[in-house]
Design a protein around this ligand. Structure first.
Ligand code: ZN
Length: 345
């Protein structure tokens, strides 16, 4: 699970973080629920983490495993299931350097479109399935009641289909990565979700801005990590945010919140897809090793045919074994204590 693996390597307290200043917008709401700045002497793991580019535990980057998170959004059915089966073959499982089998996270939407038998199969294989709403409408217009109906409703449907408990299905991603301000995050708190992964930020053109590690929303997010409308403006203690950072084409000219938004030409080559993924992987690997999220829709594979063979060769390429790693993060307590140094062909 995402957050427990972060906690597993967060052994020590942190010495550096980004202060979160008051802004005109967040001065007006819920001031009593938070402080002006994230105080790293009191905001401590595993319950609290300031928005920060610092490496948990103040570890040197060279000793930090590069976590790669692979996520797929939207419905699951016969249109895309075979892609997933090929990316994660049972007969030839892809393993992390510590021997754990790599898995993906599926943010599932579509009560009408999704085949829940296939969802159960993916869940039984160890993949994470989480709520992405029942109907995939635009959440910026949802009422608080709709937030419950759409996100908690799908969570309950997923639990019924997979046999997992609600506590085991504890993450969510919003449709279109649209946020709902306090309506959304109050729902997240009240329904007991552990994390949200809908918030994105980063410069529109590639620069060397620091990469943030996952953080909690004890303090409202800064525009650097939440530059859409309806960002939360008050504290939501203990709610984890696994942020999406903008990714960039190799020339740095085009950015995207989801990986499939940068390579959109149907004539893109396998090498272009691989170079794009490697380019963004290295931004993380060569800096502070903040978790690298490759977020996709399976429609990418049908719209850009070479994206699929490109995704099958995702970096990093461990040696040995395998030579490919479309992997989820290193799982929770099984995190390999040995430093992982991927090599590239
Ligand atoms: Zn979606």
């Amino acid at each position: 699970m995402l957050l427990t693996s972060l906690a597993a390597i967060c052994i020590l307290s942190f010495h550096y973080g980004m202060a979160v200043p008051l802004t005109a917008s967040n001065k007006t709401l819920g001031v009593e629920r938070r402080q002006a700045f994230c105080d790293e002497s009191t905001c401590l793991l595993p319950k609290c983490r300031c928005i920060s580019a610092s490496i948990p535990g103040n570890l040197p980057a060279s000793n930090v495993p590069q976590i790669v998170m692979v996520t797929f959004d939207d419905y699951i059915n016969s249109e895309n299931y075979n892609y997933y089966a090929q990316l994660y073959p049972q007969s030839d499982p892809i393993t992390n350097p510590n021997g754990c089998t790599a898995r993906a996270t599926f943010f599932v939407s579509g009560l009408a479109e999704t085949n829940f038998i296939m969802v159960k199969t993916l869940s039984d294989l160890g993949h994470e399935v989480e709520s992405h709403s029942e109907d995939h409408t635009e959440p910026q217009f949802w009422t608080r009641e709709q937030w419950d109906e759409e996100m908690e409703g799908m969570r309950e449907r997923l639990a019924a289909a997979t046999g997992r408990t609600l506590a085991q299905l504890n993450g969510l991603r919003t449709p279109y990565l649209q946020l709902g301000g306090e309506d959304q995050y109050d729902m997240v708190e009240d329904e007991g979700f552990l994390y949200d992964s809908s918030m994105y930020g980063g410069s529109l053109e590639e620069d060397l801005s620091p990469l943030v590690w996952p953080f909690t929303l004890d303090y409202p997010p800064s525009p650097d990590v939440c530059d859409t409308i309806r960002c939360p403006a008050v504290s939501h203690p203990g709610v984890w945010e696994i942020p999406l950072r903008r990714q960039y084409t190799v020339d740095g000219a085009t950015s995207c919140a989801m990986s499939d938004g940068c390579i959109t030409s149907a004539s893109a080559t396998v090498e272009e897809v691989e170079d794009f993924l490697l380019h963004n992987f290295l931004r993380h690997y060569n800096s502070n090793r903040a978790p690298f999220m490759i977020s996709m829709h399976a429609t990418w594979f049908s719209n850009v045919p070479n994206s699929f063979p490109g995704a099958q060769e995702l970096p990093p390429r461990p040696d040995p074994p395998g030579g490919r790693l479309p992997g989820q993060l290193v799982p929770d307590s099984r995190l390999d204590p040995e430093p992982y140094q991927p090599r590239f062909h």
